[in-house]
Ligand binder design. Structure first.
Ligand code: ATP
Ligand code: MG
Length: 633
């Protein structure tokens, strides 16, 4: 305590704060993501990078805040997001520091603000009126000046002052498509090889009512494909190409979900046409007329939307509106020829990619800029907030933001919901031991060497647990056992003198094999790599089985494999028989090596190479319950 106070150089202020106990809490609708859950977040993000990478996407990291106008313009003023959900604040210009609390300084300050308005540094709108009122207040004071300023007058001035817009209006991003388009224009990406494929991930902010799967700070993983029209491009002849892009983007999201083993994924698609009289505009007119006729039977939200955003009425989840909505005109019957053809081609392209979908004519996106292809993906275990991904085509958005005519399609995945759904289907994904090895010393003299051993193993990527120095060996081993660590490397004085480390197998991998052995110090790294490989394999197999680690008690990898086959838990677990055989051989070699029966150098190398190949192969193996393994259930 004292030291901190001393460091701050303001001991008393610090002590006062310490005395006044205060508890801080994360703001409503925000939360801390903690380990071990963050491991799952990282795995999901890693998988997105990997899958999106194979489709040729590169990462973009736009800023978290942007000019308010960017979102107002792109998302649309009549949407909930812009209308009521944005976190907007004024970024006050530095030159406009608050005035001192005297009338003369207020006069000076009002004049200063006025010059900023005249110079266009801050908006004229609203500010001019407020400045007039402030001048009037100061003038009235000048007139009946007969003593100290009245606090009431000062308060009035302060209230007015707070209403001024003294800088740029900024907003925490509620989504990232607008930012990506802004960046596309700003960096002249129309001159890059086309199309430009970008993905992003990160926090978004919307002031919504927090509930399960709905937060005020939430995370999205999204991607966009942008392509600026070249001379002679556009129109009907682009339809097949655009449809291919749409289908490929959808295929990419579905591949990502499949690779994660996400269950119960459902894709819905629709076409909402384009903004023309013979297409969506004409349809919306008809929809409006039809809605006016049933207005009295609709709830207040839908009634309001008849004027502001009639398409959104189709989105309504209100029970009593469902029957009415079912009778409304459908957009599919009002699409222009190009849009119709495009929609048909998207469906054909999805079919030939093996992507299963359902058509939903009521699927409209909440944001204004979408056209033609729209889609939404839902997953299990999320209650009413079950949409994990929304996307669609938005040709024209880049132009709306001041760029060249450019086509666009993209999607945004709600990462929070994706994680919730993964956790729902497999409550404990956390498998295997927390660390690969424990490293400790048998006495104080060799502690330094133990630290060195730990450091070199960590450089090899091993997770190393080190008990505190001075911990008695027995205690250290107990603690390692509790953490289900399987290997302890003990640096002992006499062994070290002989150029060896002691290795103790803490939990039996297999029934046979000695408990203790010694490895020459110069084989430490090879040993470490084999140990890590073995643990990685075990984690992977258990993860695939999706069973709670506890249910395996002391079983080694070899036994688990036997059980796998005997129980037919996963009949098609290994896609290829050779893979299965390789894995079995590998486990034997690894176990022998780890138990001290050294193999020839060649076979150790073989074990490492094949081991990593097997790991990669297992990575591609689907978990039971995912699309392809459906027959198992
Ligand atoms: P919803 O209808 O659920 O409000 P939306 O139409 O507002 O979704 P989009 O703007 O399309 O959502 O965003 C894409 C995805 O982002 C959604 O499908 C959802 O998974 C996620 N998402 C949107 N808002 C939130 C939020 N407040 N909290 C968590 N995830 C969200
Ligand atoms: Mg929403």
């Amino acid at each position: 305590m004292e030291r901190v106070g001393g460091l701050s150089g303001a001991g008393t202020a610090f002590q006062e704060l310490m005395a006044e106990k205060k508890k801080f809490q994360a703001i409503k609708g925000t939360r801390d993501l903690l380990p071990p859950e963050t491991e799952l977040w990282n795995r999901v993000e890693q998988m997105a990078r990997e899958v999106f990478g194979t489709f040729g996407f590169g990462e973009i990291r736009p800023p978290i805040f942007e000019p308010t106008e960017l979102f107002a313009r792109s998302i649309g003023m009549d949407t909930d997001v812009v209308g009521k959900e944005m976190y907007t604040f004024t970024d006050r210009l530095r030159e406009l520091d608050w005035p001192k609390w005297t009338f003369s300084d207020f006069k000076r300050w009002i004049h200063l603000v006025d010059t900023f308005v005249q110079e266009g540094k801050i908006p004229r709108f609203r500010n001019e009126d407020i400045l007039d009122q402030m001048r009037a207040t100061v003038a009235s004071f000048d007139r009946d000046l007969n003593g100290a300023p009245e606090t009431d007058d000062l308060r009035e001035l302060r209230d007015l002052m707070e209403q001024l817009i003294l800088g740029d209006s900024l907003t925490l991003r509620p989504e990232a498509t607008a930012s990506v388009c802004r960046a596309y224009i700003e960096h002249g990406m129309h001159a890059w090889p086309q199309p430009v494929k970008l993905y992003y991930m990160g926090p978004m902010f919307r002031r919504e009512r927090p509930q399960k799967g709905r937060y005020r700070q939430f995370y999205q993983i999204g991607a966009e494909v942008l392509e600026t029209l070249q001379p002679g491009q556009g129109g009907a002849k682009d339809v097949p190409k655009d449809a291919t892009v749409d289908a490929e983007v959808i295929e990419m999201v579905m591949t990502f979900f499949a690779r994660l083993g996400l269950e119960g994924v459902q894709l819905e698609i629709n076409s909402i046409g384009h903004a023309a009289e013979n297409c969506r505009r004409g349809y919306v007119q008809k929809l409006k007329v039809a809605l006016e006729k049933v207005k009295e039977q609709l709830g207040p939200d839908s009634q309001r939307r008849i004027e502001t955003n009639p398409l959104r009425v189709l989105d309504s989840k209100l029970e009593r509106e469902q029957a009415i909505i079912a009778g409304l005109p459908k957009i599919a019957d009002h699409l222009c020829d190009d849009c119709k053809q495009q929609y048909a081609e998207v469906k054909r392209q999805l079919g030939l990619r093996g992507v299963k979908y359902q058509e939903n004519w009521r699927l409209v996106r909440g944001l204004d800029y979408y056209m033609r292809t729209t889609f939404e993906i839902t997953a299990r275990g999320l209650g009413s907030q079950n949409a994990v991904c929304g996307g669609g085509r938005y040709d024209g958005l880049v132009e709306l933001l001041g760029g060249l005519p450019t086509k666009g399609i993209g999607f945004a995945i709600g990462e929070d919901r994706l994680i919730l759904s993964l956790q729902h289907q497999q409550p404990s994904r956390e498998v295997g031991p927390r660390a690969d090895v424990m490293v400790t010393s048998s006495g104080e003299q060799t502690w330094q060497e133990a630290v060195r051993v730990a450091s070199s193993l960590r450089q090899q990527g091993l997770v190393v647990y080190m008990p505190n120095p001075g911990t008695r060996l027995n205690k250290a081993l107990e603690s390692a056992n509790r953490q289900k660590i399987r290997i302890a490397i003990i640096v002992g004085e006499s062994e070290m003198a002989a150029g060896k480390y002691v290795v103790r197998i803490l939990r039996p991998f297999e029934e046979e094999g000695p408990r203790d052995q010694q490895i020459p110090t110069n084989r430490l790294l090879l040993y470490g790599r084999l140990a890590k490989l073995r643990n990685d394999l075990e984690r992977k197999v258990r993860g695939l089985l999706g069973e709670n680690p506890q249910s395996f008690k002391g079983e080694g990898l070899g036994m688990i494999l036997q059980r796998l086959e005997a129980d037919k838990v996963l009949p098609n677990f290994f896609l290829r028989t050779t893979l299965k055989e390789e894995l079995r051989d590998l486990v034997q070699i690894l176990n022998r090596a780890l138990h001290g029966s050294y193999l020839t150098e060649g076979s150790e190398e073989w074990a490492l190479v094949v081991g990593n190949l097997v790991l990669a192969e297992l990575d591609r193996t689907k978990t039971p319950g995912s699309e392809d393994a459906g027959a198992l259930q």
